[in-house]
Ligand binder design. Structure first.
Ligand code: CUA
Length: 333
């Protein structure tokens, strides 16, 4: 009976889409219902007795009762048993959630202001979207190159902090095909609230297909745009319309001289751009001293770097951009 009550899904909790979800919810409801029960019981008894014995003193009567062993044992023993149930149940669930099952597949996660990166053994890095097969345990090994983040998947009832200079892990086994939200639940700077991702749970065949896909056949310009907008979200710090955001705009910088805080200047070319992506702290553009960019080393592929270089080259002027667009159209035909 209690199990039926507690395992039921309710309007205020998200889907139960992992193996651990119903167990977490059951424990939650067990504690919730007992808490509600005792809240009403104690409140009722308090009011009832204060009303019932309200004028004993006035009448000059006092009760001869000062002790009832049976009653005291009862109200000690029942809560004790309940607390022990919660303790062992909680410990069991906690251990289950923390011990990664043997044979779980691993995906490495990098949480970086303000994006998720999922790295697969097959050499694929997927930004913001974690694709996993259904009914298979998945272990996430997570790290952060900048600040504290936290990965939370409400439908799976799993959450773990990601701490700079340390690896943390979590595991889950999805039981439903579909898309589920990933949230960052640790304040990590300006765009924290936009640090959202998705888990795509797919069938085994779809998963194999996902692994075999690549962006090799995309043109550099198209890939560059994708890298800028979605893949690495350069657009959260750099605009392409000339206005300054956290970092300088990428518009019209190609082949121009840029001044540095170190009072040196340099021409923006492919070497310079590559260096800025991999070693962003080496040369800082004048006026951006306190604006932090952390390295994309290990996150961005050589081809993606080439693509972003091509993209910045196209942003040199409006005419050049139009030309790139036309070239792109020509290729598609
Ligand atoms: Cu990352 Cu909040």
């Amino acid at each position: 009976m209690i199990y039926l009550l507690t395992a039921a899904q309710t309007i205020w909790l998200p889907d139960q889409a992992s193996t651990i979800a119903s167990e977490v919810d059951s424990l939650f409801y067990f504690i919730l219902y007992w808490t509600i029960f005792f809240l009403f019981l104690v409140t009722f008894v308090t009011f009832y007795f204060s009303w019932k014995y309200r004028d004993l003193k006035k009448k000059g009567l006092t009760t001869s009762f000062d002790h009832n062993a049976l009653l005291e044992i009862t109200w000690t023993l029942i809560p004790f048993i309940l607390v022990m149930i919660v303790f062992f149940w909680g410990a069991r669930t906690y251990i289950k959630m923390n011990v990664v099952p043997y044979g779980a597949m691993q995906v490495d996660v990098t949480a970086k202001q303000w994006k998720w990166y999922f790295h697969y053994d097959e050499g694929i890095t997927s930004p913001d979207i974690l694709t996993v097969p259904v009914n298979k345990p998945v272990k996430l090994e997570m790290q952060s190159p900048d600040v504290l983040h936290s990965l939370y998947i409400p439908d799976f009832r799993v959450k773990m902090d990601i701490i700079p200079n340390r690896y943390t892990q979590l595991w889950f086994e999805a039981t439903e095909i579909g898309e589920f939200d990933i949230f960052c639940t640790e304040y990590c700077g300006k765009e924290h609230s936009k640090m959202l991702g998705k888990v795509r749970v797919v069938s085994e065949e779809d998963y194999q297909e996902f692994l075999s896909k690549s962006d090799e056949d995309m043109s550099l310009f198209a890939l560059g745009e994708l890298v800028y907008t979605k893949k690495h979200a350069c657009n959260s710090c750099h605009t392409i319309d000339g206005s300054a955001l956290i970092g300088p705009s990428l518009k019209g910088i190609w082949n121009k001289e840029v001044e540095h805080e170190e009072a040196k200047s340099e021409i923006v070319n492919s070497t310079y751009i590559k260096e800025s992506i991999l070693y962003p702290q080496e040369k800082i553009v004048k006026g951006y001293r306190n604006k932090i960019m952390s390295t994309y080393k290990g996150l961005i592929s050589e081809r993606e770097i080439k693509a972003i270089i091509k993209y910045i080259e196209c942003l040199e002027s409006n005419e050049k951009y139009e030309k790139c667009l036309e070239e792109e159209k020509g290729k598609k035909k």
